[in-house]
Design a protein around this ligand. Structure first.
Ligand SMILES: [Zn+2]
Length: 110
């Protein structure tokens, strides 16, 4: 994929010089306008839309894991839809991994 945008690309005409046109997305793909470039950008946008339709929606999964040192305390571990894990404990803050994530089946990131 050559371009990234989270909104449909549009053709922008320079206010002071109507002969100048550019193609824009929200990530400011800013390029001189041509039929060819516009077609390419549109195709890219359509591909992104199709990919979104095909990709299954995965919900975040949450777990409450008791603290090792204080059983009355629990930490919220979240398995994100993109496969990453987070935990609200201090250990996660330092190492991006902790025993709570491990207990939920998470693997240490390599
Ligand atoms: Zn933790």
């Amino acid at each position: 994929m050559k371009y990234t945008f989270d909104m449909p690309p549009i053709v922008y005409t320079a206010p002071l010089d109507p002969s100048k046109k550019f193609i824009l997305g929200t990530q400011f793909v800013f390029m001189p306008y041509s039929e060819e470039a516009w077609k390419e950008v549109r195709a890219e946008w359509d591909a992104i839309q199709n990919a979104k339709l095909i990709a299954p929606e995965v919900e975040d999964e949450e777990f409450d894991v008791p603290s090792n040192s204080d059983p009355s305390k629990t930490y919220k571990v979240v398995k994100c839809s993109d496969g990453r894990w987070t935990c609200e404990c201090a250990g996660y803050g330092y190492r991006r991994f902790c025993s709570h994530i491990e207990k939920c089946g998470g693997k240490k990131p390599s």
